[in-house]
Design a protein. Sequence first.
Length: 325
Amino acid sequence: MKPITSGDLKTILHSKRANIYYLEHCRVLVNGGRVEYITDRGNKSLYWNIPIANTTTILLGTGTSITQAAMRELGKAGVLVGFCGGGGTPLFSANEQETDVLWFSPQSEYRPTEYVQAWVKFWFDDEKRLRAAKALQLARSSRIKEQWLKPSLGKDGFLPDERRLSALLHQSEHAIERASDIATLLIEEARLTKALFKLASETVGYSDFTRSKRGTGIDPANRFLDHGNYLAYGLGATATWVLGIPHGLAILHGKTRRGGLVFDVADLVKDATILPQAFLSAMAGDEESSFRQKSIAALTHSESLDFMIDTIKKIALSMEAEPAL
């Protein structure tokens, strides 16, 4: 009999699910592959199963805790989780699964409205959305050149051929400006990234590199790229949340993907900062923890989050200032 994974449980429609749980004074964890909550009675611990396939929402009240493993399984099953006060109110924080990562955002209603209002003014216009996507990709290209040629990266051993890099980026920028639709932009994005992989691998002497994602037995560079990209997704989610722009208002990675804007914004730093560090760490034989520390340090020192926020703000306000056609 084929085992049922938590990801398969999303086939049960939320509108047909029966349960909302409010829990207090307990621990939520994974035990024997099941999500359970534990209550203590004297010297005994009592385990109670949570039927996540038939659950819409779990509210965690006073005296509760939850493990990372439990959150992962709940996210895969599409269960909304929130931390709240006694009796279920007020709601302090809640989460939705928008990619493979669980974005857990504080429920603040005091974020700015200026940028989301500017964003939605152009978002429903196909031509303006295309121009915004081009602006994002041009900012990405400029960032790559700036970061790849930093002296500090050169000291670590990453010294790409400047003329070759400039030629690649110049060709890409020309293609971006000429693109007639989003599909063409996505093709150019993929083409440039493939060329950057080749340049980076040759720069550090990493032979026979082929990009593959999340497979078993993948080489260190691919593993580090996957790992580092999720750090960039986290920053992208943070940047858009700070500005109050919903993650579903993507301009490049598909209007039907709820987390599309996170991928758009993460592109600003993935190739610029994560890609070089992935190859450097792979050549150095770094462990995952060491790579993560170096990547976080690189993102921090390069002020990547500030760059993301400033770029989004600039695009939003510049598109709003355009005269109506």
